[in-house]
Design a protein around this ligand. Structure first.
Ligand SMILES: [Mg+2]
Length: 259
């Protein structure tokens, strides 16, 4: 009996220790489940790619045949599904870290987001070049290309996969594409994938900026859903790394609106 009590005590202490190292893991369970298991999430991806395709067809009907046209797409949670890396964090009681992320991408086993490959092949067929502008680090170039090539993505090459070197902003990389091509559409799960006007969210979480350009969503900007992570969390919660699990849970609830 004494041994059982001792073992129980050790298990409780271990569980507490694990939880301390992962203050946000438990809070990501529902959003990760939704992303991986809801038919609605799947439908939203198809919806986004269907609209993207329609927009390209409309654009090509009116544009000059002699120009070079490009589409810019983010990779993570736009083209490829990395939700298993978040699931691992949750199940192993760890929080996101650069090391854990790099370990995941090095496996090059992210699956497709629904509709993404068909859309990329459609662009190739229509003579529109696809540029992948991602904030994966340049150190992840080989594994990222390997992951894309595994599915036979067109334009999975050095010229079209533009990863982060030093600057997080994607504007310089979009400008680089614009030196030779006219960008006709952008796709991403983070508003920063579209324009630097969304990078500053200090005012009203960026809502007013979104309102000002509302007509561009579904026309020039195609947004994919990501409830798990993104710039919105940093804008809302601020720095959270020093908060205990209990403090973080309380902190997050402060932002719920109940009228
Ligand atoms: Mg992304």
């Amino acid at each position: 009996m004494r041994y059982i009590t001792l073992i129980s005590f050790i298990l409780i202490i271990t569980a507490c220790g694990r939880q301390k190292s992962a203050p946000d893991a438990e809070q990501l369970v529902m959003s990760s489940l939704w992303f991986q298991n809801s038919a609605e999430a799947r439908a939203l991806y198809y919806q986004a790619y269907n609209i993207a395709r329609l927009r390209i067809e409309l654009a090509l009907d009116t544009l000059d045949d002699n120009n070079k046209y490009a589409v810019v797409a983010d990779i993570d949670e736009t083209i490829l599904d990395n939700s298993p890396s978040e699931a691992r964090n949750i199940l192993e009681g760890e929080r996101y870290s650069n090391e854990r992320w790099m370990a995941w991408t090095s496996e090059a086993k992210a699956q497709l987001m629904p509709g993404s490959l068909d859309f990329a092949n459609f662009l190739k067929d229509r003579g529109v070049e696809l540029y992948y502008i991602s904030n994966r680090s340049v150190d992840e170039k080989d594994v990222t290309l390997a992951n894309l090539k595994k599915f036979g993505f067109p334009f999975a090459d050095d010229k079209h996969v533009l990863l982060k070197e030093e600057e997080s902003s994607k504007t310089p990389r979009r400008t680089l594409v614009e030196e030779s091509h006219q960008i006709i559409l952008l796709l991403g799960d983070n508003l920063n994938d579209f324009s630097d006007i969304f990078e500053n969210r200090s005012e009203a979480l960026g809502f007013s900026t979104v309102d000002q350009v509302k007509n561009l969503f579904g026309s020039r900007f195609i947004v994919l859903p990501n409830p798990i992570y993104g710039s919105w969390t940093r804008a809302l919660f601020g720095p959270i790394s020093d908060l205990s699990p209990r403090e973080l849970a309380r902190h997050r609830k402060n932002f719920l609106s109940d009228y």
